[in-house]
Design a protein around this ligand. Structure first.
Ligand SMILES: *Cc1c(COP(=O)(O)O)cnc(C)c1O
Length: 383
């Protein structure tokens, strides 16, 4: 762990976002907190106990290794669902640990039956169906084959979910495609129910769908980005805010990122700064060195463009982002000292650096910037 650079996580913001989603979605809809990609960079081990404290009882991940991290971080047992990859031996372990998983092909269904039978337990499966995203999921004939297998092995399977993923609910340009997906989903759900199979949760919605298409909420929503205080897209935010009387963003960002000044230097006019010739001092300037670089997820595309806050003032990154360092122009500050706080993401005084400002400069999605935040940065919950 690197001790002078920390990611702070606001417990108040977590509480705020969960209670907003609860009030928006109502009590009948289960919230599955999506904590893949290290809880969108926030840190699984830190985030999961706080989510649970504020009532989240269902967690979604992509990899089985993430499911195990959630499992080990939960103060009390809760449901965990693997939406993506787990290998053969993990399937057995998952069944023993009561971990739920997506079934999107017949091979996985057969493995679930095999291991559950061996263990004398029930595998908790979510049938994922193909409705038009063309990524993963059972098509019509495969669903029929799956139904036959499930009926035959019902004592070793629990049909926990029946689900699909929508191809871009955050953009109105996908409206038509999504309507088609929902129709296909309903047809396949009817097929399932005609066979007397009733899933515990029907679920199709991510954050954007849960706001833009209320009919997609069904029994459960898989919410990621909004729990962390971000809207899936500007379109979703605008649609939400236009339906409200006040124009206040109900979501609060959880994450802040800070470091410290490591060294201060005076540079003479005409000198190049850092690697190569990407920055030439046009006058005598003062620089501050900050021990954060692209190895921590501070993108190289922020070279000569990024901004940070020192002593309440916005300052520019000059030269290229190094593996472990950035150089900041602090000429306009009266005083700067080694050890001064440097805000990379978050607020200080009246200044703020948002993840969205980051993403505008670097052309990365919020999701991408968050997911790149290195796991080696220390995370701390702030009460
Ligand atoms: C990541 C993911 C989600 C959550 O998406 P958000 O936009 O972050 O709410 C939901 N469902 C699936 C299948 C996912 O992969």
């Amino acid at each position: 762990m690197i001790d002078n650079t920390i990611i702070s996580l606001s417990e108040k913001s977590i509480q705020n976002n969960i209670s907003f989603l609860r009030s928006k979605l109502g009590d009948q809809v289960k919230i599955s907190a999506v904590v893949k990609a290290n809880a969108y960079g926030h840190g699984i081990e830190q985030i999961v106990p706080v989510f649970q404290k504020y009532g989240i009882e269902h967690y979604s991940v992509f990899y089985y290794s993430e499911a195990i991290r959630v499992y080990n971080s939960l103060p009390k047992p809760a449901s965990i669902m693997v939406m993506g990859w787990l290998n053969e031996k993990d399937i057995k372990d998952a069944i023993e640990k009561n971990i739920e998983f997506f079934v999107f092909n017949i091979e996985r269904l057969e493995s679930a039956v095999k291991f559950a039978t061996e263990l004398g337990l029930k595998a908790k499966i979510h049938l994922e169906i193909e409705t038009g995203m063309n990524r993963s999921g059972l098509n019509g004939p495969e669903l029929n084959a799956a139904i036959a297998i499930i009926k035959e092995n019902i004592e070793h399977l629990e049909l926990t979910g029946f689900c699909t993923h929508l191809a871009g609910a955050e953009s109105v340009s996908n409206h038509f495609r999504i309507q088609n997906q929902l129709q296909k989903y309903q047809e396949m759900a009817t097929e399932l129910e005609a066979n007397d199979l009733k899933p515990k949760y029907k679920h199709v919605a991510n954050s954007a769908a849960s706001i833009v298409y209320p009919e997609t909420r069904m029994d459960m929503v898989r919410v990621g980005i909004m729990l962390y205080g971000f809207w899936s897209s500007t379109e979703v935010f605008v649609q939400y805010i236009n339906s409200q009387d006040d124009m206040v963003d109900p979501l609060k960002r959880i994450l802040g990122w800070q470091s410290q000044v490591m060294a201060v230097k005076e540079i003479k006019r005409g000198e190049f700064i850092g690697y190569g010739i990407s920055y030439l001092a046009q006058s005598n300037i003062k620089t501050a060195l900050v021990p954060v670089g692209y190895s921590f997820g501070y993108s190289r595309s922020l070279s000569n463009k990024g901004r940070v806050i020192i002593r309440g003032h916005q300052c520019s990154v000059i030269g290229v982002v190094n593996m472990n360092m950035i150089i900041i122009d602090v000429t306009h500050l009266k005083t700067v000292e080694v050890g001064d706080k440097v805000v990379l993401i978050g607020k200080q005084g009246k200044s703020e650096i948002k993840v969205s400002a980051f993403s505008e400069i670097s052309d990365e999605l919020n999701y991408e910037i968050l997911a790149h935040l290195s796991e080696s940065i220390t995370r701390k919950i702030i009460k």
